[in-house]
Design a protein around this ligand. Sequence first.
Ligand code: BGC
Length: 425
Amino acid sequence: MNCVWNSAKAREAEEAFHIRGGELSSVAAAFRFDIEQGLKQNGLSSLRMLPSYVALPKGTETGDYLALDFGGTNVRVLHLRLYGKGRWEIIKKAAAPLRCAIYDYIGKDTPAEELFDFLAGLVDSALDGDNQTPCILGHTFSFPSEQDSLDDAKLIIWTKEFAVQGVEGKYVNELLRRALVRHGFSNVTPVAVVNDTVAVLLAAAYAAEDVYIGSIYATGHNVCYLENFGGRSPKMILNMESGGFSKLVPNVFDTALDARSEKPGEQRMEKMTSGRYLGELYALAVESCLGLDEGTVQAFSGEELSMILSEGAEKVLAFRGIEGLSEEELSQAEALAEAVCRRSARLVAAEFTGTLWHLAEGGMILPQRIAVEGSLYENVPFLQAALHDALVELLSSEAKNVEIRTVEDGSALGAAIAACLAEKN
Ligand code: BGC
């Protein structure tokens, strides 16, 4: 590719991703405002504030459960054994990508039955074909869904560019139950559906105290928290669907990305923060520096962004045919990747801060942990540092009361805990 890098455009693009301290604080305040508006009345807020019908576990939950973890690029079914007090083990695991060279269970040409048959096939693998022994299944379904009890959830709208036909508006455990029966697995009973943020919070609270906020920072992004409804009991976890938060000022790249996405106008926060989109934003910014038409540079993956941040931009750009940049141009390309990622981390910090302010009810932020799971957050150390710095900037000395704790396998473990809680109720 004939590459002429425009340094002025690069500086402009970098600036477009910059959020100043005062603006960040306003985002956090607007986020808190939307939480409180959303609690008053649906439709007053850009946050969906979806009840999960589950409270925190006591840590005494035990038993064998199947956990279906569905919602990212891979789907997993795990047979888990809970021992209580945060102890658990994986007995068996089956996993597969939802899209590969020979099939696609994400796109709009896939009917619902095919997707759920694929999920039932994974249950079959996790059980080694055992269609006799009774099994209780918890389902982590990582999309905005409406619930009126823990046992099922109706998909409101697909996110993360999923487009399978015939699932929006349907109850997903019902679709799963039917697929399991089609596959001869009437012994498997799905009893609970939780969002992945809720699952992560359940998993963290299974092992530790003082954790009230859960978040996913991966292909998708979202935050949930334990709402105390003015001190009334029982407290319930609310899935905010924070990826839909919209009180943000998009730059030209955000606008271009949104316009060509599956759902323009939706998930504005998620499109500025999550792994599904950061590499695409970066590609759009690189195109503008090179004066190329939109769509010429293929979206970068999370790993590629991570590589640019740790080893420099040269190799990754060369892989896209972008070669011959000077030292200075390469460092501009690196600064641009940093700016895209830093903005993401700062916005996530603003969401956490808005939630902490809401929970503190105008008082001091109490010592607590925030549970986070996600490939993006775990694999990009730059993001962890940028998030921490932004929390200090927003919360000053109170930031020391907040520890970000990563949770491994939280979305699967949380499904098993939810199944246990549903069964015991
Ligand atoms: C979904 C959320 C989910 C998040 C992380 C978003 O696209 O709307 O429900 O929690 O991704 O997986």
